[in-house]
Design a binder for this molecule. Sequence first.
Ligand SMILES: [Zn+2]
Length: 145
Amino acid sequence: MQSDLPERVLGGPFTYFNLLKTICSEISRTQDGISDHHISALYQIFGRALPKVLDLIDKGEIEYITVESTRSYFIIRRPKATYYVYSTVLFCNCPYFQFNVIRKKKNLMCKHIIACHIALAAKKCKFHSSPEYMSPDVLSSGDAV
Ligand SMILES: [Zn+2]
């Protein structure tokens, strides 16, 4: 398929995101949650970040919001901040993502993005539906919730 996206975009994040999606679709197919096999595959991609990711999932604070069954996003409510993660685009409003992903281009995803997708695949999210999509104001309000 021909794409207008620059190679820089197609190379990095999408490769990792596709790998994550592939493992996630396997997790959701097995119905048994996250197995050791999935953990070792995820560890090969995310390395030392993985324990933090699994910890976030185990805390049970990830919410998956669907809007009129056409759009969706995730919310993670932490004691000091609320994070918003898109389901189809690599974005999170956490300080790590703003600094290391957007500004420094040091990394491709933050632990919230990885955790949200795995939690959804393993059905470890709280599922909600909402009549309204999150507004840009919510996104720009950042970490001070
Ligand atoms: Zn994040």
